[in-house]
Write a protein that binds this ligand. Structure first.
Ligand code: ADP
Ligand code: MG
Length: 256
């Protein structure tokens, strides 16, 4: 049975896509069968996996509108070792089209059920909003991975997300929980980041992943080559951290 995780945070630019593609590549590297689902109309996770969003014959849009199955629409992410259910601008329209339809927040969940035996992990990259697309992600998932930067308003910024997760848990998806908070773009030389990191641990305890992802320019460069950092430069500090994170996820998943 596949473990399905959403990578979510309603803020943009916090490292969701970087986390999704590098965790996908890291999990693939340690022998897991992975499907990466791009739920952001920007299609960054698709492009960052080496799949051209403009030339997708079928995408997550078709899956949400039930005109294609996941098996039909997923494509291999070249040398990355995982499969991609891609997204492009078309997906922005799905938001509007779905509002009219039945079971609108459970479409992805239903579609993923058909490929449950084909993957060990399904990772869903969410857009920076608490929209119907994100809701489809949250309704499909066993848990949420929240990447965050250790900045001054970090804890406050989490309140909306935590409340949304509670509501989805109560009303739509009793399986849903926060798997963990991942500290990303971390710079230990910055005292404030260390302080916020300590606050986070004080507040969320072992919901904070042990692995810390450092700020690392190779991770930022990789998308322009259409690759996750883990594949682009396996020796980079950031890439090693994501492989370590993949190991931590495999261990956490065993306990679920
Ligand atoms: P989101 O998906 O939440 O909008 P991204 O993953 O696209 O965020 O990251 C935002 C920007 O920060 C991108 O330019 C990305 O390359 C960069 N970035 C993300 N993580 C790191 C990191 N650990 N070190 C350096 N740059 C990073
Ligand atoms: Mg993104």
């Amino acid at each position: 049975m596949a473990k399905i995780f959403c990578v979510a945070n309603q803020k943009g630019g916090v490292g969701k896509t970087t986390t999704t593609v590098n965790l996908a590549a890291g999990l693939a590297k340690v022998g897991q069968r992975v499907l990466m689902v791009d739920l952001d109309p920007q299609g960054n996770a698709t492009m960052g996996s080496g799949v051209d969003k403009r030339s997708l014959a079928l995408s997550v849009y078709d899956v949400l509108l039930e005109s294609a199955s996941v098996a039909e629409a997923a494509v291999p992410a070249g040398q990355c070792g995982y499969a991609v259910l891609g997204a492009n601008r078309e997906l922005a329209g799905a938001e509007v089209e779905l509002v009219e339809l039945e079971r609108r927040e459970k479409r992805l969940k239903a579609a993923l059920a058909a490929v449950d035996a084909d993957y060990d992990f399904v990772l869903i990259d969410c857009p920076p909003s608490l929209s119907l697309l994100t809701l489809n992600g949250l309704c499909s998932a066993h848990g949420v991975v929240v990447p965050m930067q250790c900045e001054y308003f970090a804890l406050e910024g989490l309140t909306d997300l935590v409340n949304t997760i509670k509501q989805v848990h109560a009303n739509l998806n009793p399986d849903l929980r926060i798997i963990g908070l991942l500290r990303v773009m971390f710079d230990p030389r910055i005292t404030l980041q260390q302080q916020v990191s300590e606050q986070l641990k004080g507040h969320f305890g072992d919901k904070v992943f042990n692995t810390v992802i450092p700020r690392n320019v190779r991770l930022a460069e990789a998308p322009s080559y259409g690759l996750p950092g883990v594949v682009f430069d396996a020796g980079a500090r950031g890439s090693k951290a994501f492989v370590e994170f993949a190991h931590e996820m495999v261990e956490r998943a065993k306990k679920m």
